[in-house]
Design a protein around this ligand. Structure first.
Ligand code: G16
Length: 534
């Protein structure tokens, strides 16, 4: 908004005239009186909340519609400052003046006076978050409040029915800054553009932004580096501090991997599997809360690369399907569910809402205010998600929204389940086309007899699982292996330091044994055999 919105204010103010012979006062806890008298007050509080936010450089102002312990026929409204505190005293007087302006003309004049005296830059974007209690007069008064916000062009977020302390908490909440590894690629442009919209609530700190430096793209950074090396990009070592979340895009920003350092500065990765678990759980929770349990099927699609712990965790809760690598395969399978959540472990994925699921969301009649809030959150998620394809930016917002709703840090998200130690290895072979697979790439059918020999190795590892498949994008064969423990090759039992055991990097053995076998069986030159292959 660049200029004073006279016509909007006049238009909306006329819809919410002040009742004559009433004097309002912003008292102990805001305005509070008979609900039937409050329509104009709520409209004007909407205008004032927008002015307060503009005065504070667009920081989020809270508005709570409640009369607390008063009889049900009363209602009220109070403003909450950006740190979740009560409105600053001097503004209480402004609120009282504004509410008592008799006519639309008087009201416009008081608004202008406030702008002048408070030196408010009207061009700033105002951010306001609103909530109400369960009083029957609440929805009508919130509608009046929203008219005030609309007249001022404020960005409003209606949290529906919430307790007063939750509204204070939400108003004071700002996500901690998120470090974004842009892989020195095009994702930087998108992150920069998005930052202009979200920085006031989710500050983004882009790193690895050398888009013009030759050789920098995906080099020791980006989602693939983090996922395959299971470590922090070296460029972020001096950037990230314990507890802070970070995420990596890949070179074209369609993959997303999260990570954080714990309080001992140990690296922890939150990959596509962890994203799928977070998202699928949240969607199931919203659907249940909205009273839609059993109305549609929520399913998850993974590939053979999904960590065994994630598959176990998810399949105890929802239908889970395994398909061949490639988002095209996952996307197709996800279309079979009402809400299909698909993510490859490498961080590539999204959520699909079928047309019938969307029409259920549109037509469903919630039977309680709480159900209505869950429903509107689920509808908002369907808007937030880029359903055409996995999108690192949209997925990042999705993750952040869920973490904010759940009040989760990286650590709490991570503890949904513990990854099995795992390793992904590339094997350069003479001809990768001799490798053919079945069972969603989990077993080899060619070269003949090789799968049998792999099985002989895998069974020596507790909870061992491994597979070999030719890449569809690089001239290599990929080997994935995971296991519960790290037994010695002779099968003798071993004692483990539990903490060490769950650091994934400690687990190269099964993967390197299989890689060695694949290399030898496909005619690899023994003089060039990588020394880590067993
Ligand atoms: C592409 C596909 C992904 C696939 C990845 C690796 O990713 O879109 O679905 O997981 O290649 O495939 P492969 O293991 O066959 O080489 P991107 O990000 O490179 O487009």
């Amino acid at each position: 908004m660049s200029s004073f919105p006279t016509s909007e204010l006049v238009k909306f103010s006329d819809l919410h005239p002040k009742p004559s012979n009433v004097t309002f006062s912003y008292g102990t806890a805001g305005f509070r009186t008979k609900a039937s008298l409050l329509d104009s007050v709520l409209f004007r509080v909407g205008v004032l909340a927008a002015l307060r936010s503009k005065r504070l450089d667009g920081k989020t102002i809270g508005v709570m519609v409640t009369a607390s312990h008063n009889p049900e026929a009363d209602n009220g409204v109070k403003l909450v400052d950006p740190r979740g505190e009560m409105l600053e005293n001097s503004w209480e007087t402004l609120a009282t003046n504004l509410s008592n302006a008799e006519t639309t003309g008087d009201f416009i004049q008081v608004v202008k006076n406030i702008i002048n005296h408070q030196k408010i830059d009207i061009s700033k974007t105002a951010n306001v978050i609103i909530a109400r209690d369960t009083r029957p007069s609440g929805p009508g008064l919130v509608a009046a409040l929203e008219d005030g916000l609309r007249a001022m062009g404020a960005v409003a977020r209606n949290e529906g029915v919430k307790t007063t302390p939750i509204l204070h908490y939400l108003a004071g909440k700002k996500a901690p800054p998120l470090v974004v590894d842009c892989a020195n690629g095009v994702g930087f442009f998108a992150a920069k553009a998005m930052g202009e919209y979200v920085n006031s609530v989710l500050p983004l700190i882009p790193h690895n932004i050398a888009i013009n430096a030759l050789g920098a793209l995906n080099n020791a950074c980006g989602a693939d580096y983090v996922k395959t090396s299971q470590r922090l990009p070296p460029s972020l070592v001096s950037v990230l501090h314990p507890g802070q979340r970070a995420c990596s895009f890949d070179g074209d920003a369609d993959r997303l991997i999260y990570f954080y350092l714990d309080d001992r500065s140990q690296f922890h990765m939150l990959d596509g599997d962890k994203i799928a678990a977070l998202v699928a759980n949240f969607i199931a929770e919203l659907a249940k809360g909205a009273g839609l349990d059993g109305k549609f099927e929520i399913g998850v699609v993974q590939t053979a690369y999904a960590n065994g712990s994630s598959t176990k965790y998810l399949s105890e809760r929802l239908p889970v399907q395994c398909v061949k690598t490639g988002v095209k395969n996952l996307h197709h399978a996800a279309e079979g569910y009402s809400i299909g959540v698909y993510f490859e472990a490498n961080g590539h994925g999204t959520v699909l809402f079928s047309p019938s699921a969307l029409s259920i969301l549109e037509t469903h009649q919630p039977s309680t205010p709480a159900q209505s809030t869950y429903l509107s959150n689920l509808i908002a998620l369907s808007d937030l998600i880029n359903q055409t394809v996995g999108d690192a930016l949209s997925d990042m917002l999705l993750v952040e929204v869920i973490l904010a709703h759940k009040g989760y840090s990286g650590l709490e998200w991570d503890s949904i389940y513990s990854d099995l130690p795992n390793r992904l290895v590339k094997v350069v072979v003479k001809d990768r086309n001799i490798f053919e697979t079945e069972d969603a790439e989990r077993r080899l059918t060619s070269p003949p007899g090789l799968q049998q020999r792999l099985d002989d190795i895998i069974r020596k590892y507790d909870g061992g699982r491994a597979f070999v498949r030719p890449s569809g994008t690089e001239d290599v064969v990929r080997v994935y292996a995971e296991a519960t423990l790290r037994p010695q090759a002779d099968g003798k039992s071993q004692t483990f330091d539990l903490e060490i055991m769950f650091i994934p990097n400690i687990f190269p053995e099964l993967a390197f044994r299989i890689a060695g076998l694949v290399y030898d069986e496909s005619g690899g030159d023994s003089s060039k055999r990588p020394k880590e292959f067993l």
